[in-house]
Design a protein around this ligand. Structure first.
Ligand SMILES: C[S@@+](CC[C@H](N)C(=O)[O-])C[C@H]1O[C@@H](n2cnc3c(N)ncnc32)[C@H](O)[C@@H]1O
Length: 327
């Protein structure tokens, strides 16, 4: 106990569940803590690190209780580790904890320190197990409608399916909540090829780990549960040798397929393919679509397309090009 000293709350992301993927800082934060609070399953993941500590196990639904309990202990001068699987800031305890703290009038200089210890989230760890599916624009959507109304989730699913993001679906299904993944599939099929690659990763880096490759069309037949993350590819994602890959786009610039690595005709190494704002003009020339049709294709207002086209005409071609960012 740190009686008399200011308390501290550490929001600790444990990563996927294996000690190999627990960061050094997460391990040190748990070692430093007097009290460790978490959902019983997460506590079990680090049970060998808890000797001599006060351990408070809570049920899955008791997130606010966990945060209140942590604050109460910290007010007594204790160092509290509030543990989450993956990253505490990704569908984890970080948000609810700050909500509780703010409601209680806490401020960063009020004596109780709060540290967020990042951890590898399910999307990183599940992606690592199946290849490189997130190498281009992606997003995460939770299918849990306990705190978010289903129409809001459905609108987001539709928007990202249309916009061709790679998507990591968290909380895809539970014993009682089985329909959401079917609805998600239905929304995606409205915009995406039925053959779009899908990876289903269950219990990543835990003893019951299971990986299944399927397609959007067959996704509903897969074994999906509470501890599953579903990775849906974009229109360029492919699976080869049991690896799911989303290209970054280098094949457009270099002869990656031919294995030569040489720049394509008309391309210079270190020079970007970026067309900047001229992209709209390029899109019009390449597709033969009118501004109005482009507005509909890209779900953007017509007056926006008209204004960017107008602006693009006033910019010299080289002004907006830049070098592709390194990894
Ligand atoms: C409440 S969210 C917690 C997410 C966590 N904070 C993170 O950053 O990964 C629970 C969801 O995370 C995903 N998840 C967590 N751990 C996982 C694992 N080891 N393997 C696969 N998915 C996992 C599942 O989609 C699960 O339904």
């Amino acid at each position: 106990m740190n009686q008399g000293k200011p308390g501290k709350i550490m929001l600790v992301g444990l990563g996927p569940g294996s000690h190999d993927h627990l960061t050094a800082r997460a391990r040190a934060a748990i070692a430093e803590a007097d009290t460790v609070i978490g959902y019983a399953t997460y506590i079990r993941l680090v049970k060998d690190l808890l000797d001599g500590k006060e351990v408070i196990k809570k049920a899955m639904t008791e997130e606010l209780d966990r945060a209140i309990e942590a604050f109460d202990r910290a007010k007594l001068g204790r160092k509290v580790a509030l543990v989450s699987s993956g990253d505490a800031g990704v569908y984890g305890m970080a948000g609810p904890t700050f909500e509780v703290l703010f409601q209680a009038g806490w401020t960063p200089d009020s004596g109780i320190e709060v540290e967020i210890v990042p951890g590898a989230s399910a999307l990183n760890t599940c992606a690592a197990l199946v290849g490189a599916p997130l190498t281009h624009d992606f997003c995460a959507i939770s299918l849990s409608d306990l705190l978010t109304p289903w129409p809001t989730i459905a609108r987001r699913l539709d928007a990202v399916a249309y916009a061709d993001f790679v998507v990591a679906l968290y909380n895809p299904k539970s014993g009682r909540r089985t329909g959401q993944i079917v609805e998600a599939q239905r929304l995606f099929l409205r915009h995406r090829d039925p053959q779009t690659p899908v990876a289903i990763v269950k219990s990543a880096y835990r003893p019951k780990q299971r990986i299944e490759f399927t397609t959007l069309e067959k996704m509903g037949e897969a074994d999906i549960g509470m501890l599953t993350t579903v990775l849906i590819g974009n229109s360029n994602t492919f699976v080869r040798h049991s690896l799911m890959i989303t290209p970054r786009g280098y094949a457009n610039k270099y002869d990656v397929e031919a294995g030569s690595g040489g720049a394509r005709d008309g391309e210079k190494a270190g020079r970007s393919l970026s067309t900047g704002l001229h992209g709209w003009r390029t899109a019009i020339h390449a597709s033969g679509r009118s501004p109005a049709e482009l507005a509909s294709d890209y779900r953007l207002p017509e007056d926006y397309i008209a204004s960017v086209l107008n602006e693009a005409l006033q910019v010299e071609p080289d002004e907006s090009s830049e070098v592709v960012g390194d990894a």
